[in-house]
Design a binder for this molecule. Sequence first.
Ligand SMILES: O=P(O)(O)O[C@H]1O[C@H](CO)[C@@H](O)[C@H]1O
Ligand SMILES: [Mn+2]
Ligand SMILES: [Mn+2]
Length: 388
Amino acid sequence: MDKIDRVTLIVLDSAGVGELPDADKFGDVGSNTFGHIAESCGGLNLPNMEKLGLGNLTNILGVKPTTDTTGAYGKAMEKSKGKDTTVGHWELAGLVKETPFPSYPNGFSDKVLQELEKRTGRGVLCNLPYSGTKVLDDYGEEQKNSGKWIVYTSADPVIQIAAHEEQIPLKELYKACEIALEICNELSPVARVIARPYIGEKGNYTRTANRHDYAIKPDSPTALNRIKDSGLDVVAIGKINDIFCGEGITETKGTNKSNLDGIQKTLSALKEDTKGLIFTNLVDFDMLYGHRRDPLGYKKALEEFDSYIPEILSNMGESELLIITADHGCDPTFAGSDHTREYIPVLVAGKNVKPSNLGVRESFTDIASTIENLLLGTDLDNSFSTLI
Ligand SMILES: O=P(O)(O)O[C@H]1O[C@H](CO)[C@@H](O)[C@H]1O
Ligand SMILES: [Mn+2]
Ligand SMILES: [Mn+2]
């Protein structure tokens, strides 16, 4: 495979393309994020992803299948035993998580809560799996009046701490999250602690953009470390730096205020003179629409992203390529508010990319192998050999 100067990898967080063969083990039989959004909203208008072959991956109303693509297309299975953001991104970077992180369907143990109370000086409310907006409806008022923490989790291996910004200073919330990570590392492993500040009044509590994620380091070095160690750039946009705990990243552009902000940061990063990887996560798909079970919002966000693809491509030189993918599903028409175990799309575009069918890949790690081969000239198995 010829070497490439720079790859831009964009993760549409939660944009799955249909249930995986083992979806039954996750309670996700019948899920299909792209397919069901299209069905429930009367079709999707995604002309640019259609040209790249999106319509070949699953049945998406409004997105036609075509053999006449301008890029290479395929879909990939998740090998890791999980369906959360952390393991999804680690696998995209070449690391399969064989032992799943535990989840906490009954909340955290008394010991964890006692430690948290002792070390932060504040009590705890809730301690259950919850949707992050519903938890504010049910516990926001009590939190604001009592000054206790709202602690909650989900199907993901996360501990989330919510506090009213005017009740508890952000600095104190962030410190409590650092303490929670230490406690969990000792007593109840999680992939992430998430600070969830909110504002507003009873019946009207809303989360702010001051969310902050505290992740654990990947279990072992990933493709990002190898790219960085070879002297190339690894530019992180959005949650990427947090997800990898800074490991293998040479520069972070910070978290995104919105998907559009993430797209604009990506466009600016493309204009800079770097070589290596630009790695972007667009989280609104998941956070604002997937978990909130809002197919129409999800549709609009997908259409917005699609409309920027030509501009993204026009900022790429001869020796660059774009990979559009996801980290798991979060079907907004599905029961509950959790992620769904799905295939992820793999759409590759660039001046040198040969239109081809990449088929069904057995692991997200094929993306990492391909990127390493393209950037470092290594010869890893399972890369997309027909790409350029
Ligand atoms: O419902 P909210 O708080 O948005 O939670 C979602 O965000 C967290 C991180 O992905 C997970 O817990 C997920 O369920
Ligand atoms: Mn995710
Ligand atoms: Mn999520």
